[in-house]
Write a protein that binds this ligand. Structure first.
Ligand SMILES: NC(=O)c1ccc[n+]([C@@H]2O[C@H](COP(=O)([O-])OP(=O)(O)OC[C@H]3O[C@@H](n4cnc5c(N)ncnc54)[C@H](O)[C@@H]3O)[C@@H](O)[C@H]2O)c1
Length: 313
C-alpha cells in the first residue's frame, strides 16, 4: 500500500546512515529536509538537488527549520559518534549529543508540534556495556562504559518526559555496529570502512587489542529498513537492531583481506579506552512487532562494501 507523503526532517542527513535513510525516504515519496554541520558527513553523500540546511543541532537555526517545515516525522541521527573522542573530550561529546538533542526537543515543543513523531537513532552497541548474557535484549540493564554510551542513553530518558511535557511521540532504535558504502574511513569508528580503504590503498592499519573482541555487524540497508518501519508505526520502543551474533575484529580483517587480496599480517596495537570486549543485540522484539529482520549476510555485505570502496577511492 502506498504511504502518504510526509514532511520529514533528518538530522545527520549527510552522514553514513543518514544519507542512506534520506535516499530511501525520497524514493518513498516523502518531502525530506536534512540538517547537518558536515563535521563528519559529506555533501557528496546526498543527491545534488537535496534540501540540506548546513547547520549545527546546537544552533537556534534548527528551531527555525522546524517551525518552517513543521515536520510530521523527525529522524534524529546527528551526533558525535566516536567512543574514543568521547573518552578524551566528554564535555564536547555531551554538548553535541545531549545539548543538541535538547535543542531539537525544545524546537519541537516551541513549534507546538504535538502530532510529530521523533525517531531517535542510538547505540545498542554501547548502551548495555558488557552484559554477562549475550545477545542483549531491550530489558538487559543499561550500563554504558563510555561517555558516548552515556550521552546517547541520556537522551532516551528525556523522550518520555517530552512526550508528557509537549505531546511529542517517539521511538528509539538501538543499533548494533553498522557498516556499508559511504561509511567514513577516516574516522576512528567503522572498522569495515577503515580496513577496506587501507587494504585497497595498501596503507597501514592496526587492530586495537588482540582482535578477539566481538561486535554485531549489520549492513546499512537493513538498518534503514528497520528505522523506516519504526517511523511508519505507532510503536514507541526501544528496538534493538542487530543480528544476534558477534564477529571478531580478526575475522573481519581476514574476510576483507581475502576480498582485497591483502597479504600482510595484521598489526596489533594497544586496546582503546572505553571499548568493550563483546556485544551482540537480540532483535526478536523488532521481528515480532515490526516484522523486521536483517536480510544481508555478513559475506554479502562485506562484498558490497569492498566493491563500493573500489569504485569510490
Ligand atoms: N555507525 C554505527 O555503527 C552506529 C551504531 C550505533 C548508533 N549509531 C548512531 O547512528 C547515527 C548516525 O551515525 P553514522 O554512523 O551515520 O555517523 P556519521 O558521523 O556518518 O553521521 C553523523 C552525522 O551527524 C553530523 N553531525 C555531527 N555533529 C553534528 C552537529 N553538532 N550538528 C549537526 N550535524 C552534526 C555529521 O556531520 C554526520 O553527517 C548517530 O546518532 C550514531 O550515534 C551509529
Amino acid at each position: 500500500m502506498p504511504i502518504a507523503p510526509k514532511n520529514v526532517l533528518v538530522t545527520g542527513a549527510a552522514g553514513f546512515i543518514g544519507s542512506h535513510l534520506c535516499d530511501r525516504l525520497i524514493s518513498d515519496g516523502h518531502n525530506v529536509i536534512g540538517l547537518d554541520n558536515l563535521s563528519t558527513g559529506h555533501i557528496d553523500n546526498l543527491p545534488s538537488n537535496f534540501d540540506l540546511c548546513v547547520s549545527d543541532i546546537r544552533d537556534d537555526e534548527l528551531k527555525v527549520v522546524i517551525a518552517d517545515l513543521r515536520p510530521d516525522l523527525v529522524f534524529h541521527l546527528a551526533a558525535q559518534i566516536s567512543v574514543s573522542v568521547s573518552a578524551r573530550e566528554p564535555e564536547f561529546d555531551a554538548d553535541v549529543n545531549i545539548k543538541g538533542s535538547l535543542n531539537l526537543l525544545e524546537g519541537l515543543r516551541s513549534a507546538g508540534l504535538n502530532q510529530t513523531k521523533l525517531v531517535y537513532v542510538t547505540s545498542g552497541g554501547t548502551a548495555y556495556g558488557a552484559p554477562e548474557i549475550l545477545p542483549a535484549t531491550e530489558i538487559t540493564p543499561v550500563r554504558p562504559l563510555s561517555p558516548y554510551g552515556v550521552s546517547k542513553l541520556v537522551v532516551e530518558q528525556y523522550l518520555p518526559v517530552y512526550e508528557k511535557l509537549a505531546g511529542i511521540s517517539y521511538a528509539i532504535v538501538r543499533l548494533a555496529n553498522i557498516y556499508g558504502p559511504r561509511q567514513d574511513p577516516h574516522g576512528e569508528a567503522g572498522v569495515v570502512a577503515i580496513f577496506s580503504r587501507a587494504m585497497l590503498n595498501k596503507s597501514s592499519m592496526q587492530i586495537f587489542g588482540d582482535g578477539t573482541d566481538e561486535r554485531d555487524y549489520v549492513y546499512v540497508s537493513d538498518v534503514v529498513d528497520a528505522v523506516v518501519k519504526v517511523g511508519d508505526s505507532d510503536l514507541t520502543g526501544p528496538y534493538n537492531v542487530g543480528t544476534g551474533f558477534g564477529t571478531s575484529t580478526n575475522r573481519i580483517f581476514e574476510e576483507l583481506a581475502n576480498r582485497t587480496e591483502h597479504s600482510e599480517a595484521a598489526v596489533h596495537g594497544p586496546a582503546r579506552l572505553g571499548d568493550i570486549k563483546k556485544i551482540a543485540l537480540d532483535s526478536s522484539k523488532a521481528k515480532r512487532e515490526l516484522g523486521w529482520e536483517p536480510k544481508i549476510s555478513l559475506e554479502e555485505g562485506l562484498k558490497r562494501t569492498v566493491e563500493w570502496f573500489e569504485k569510490n577511492p
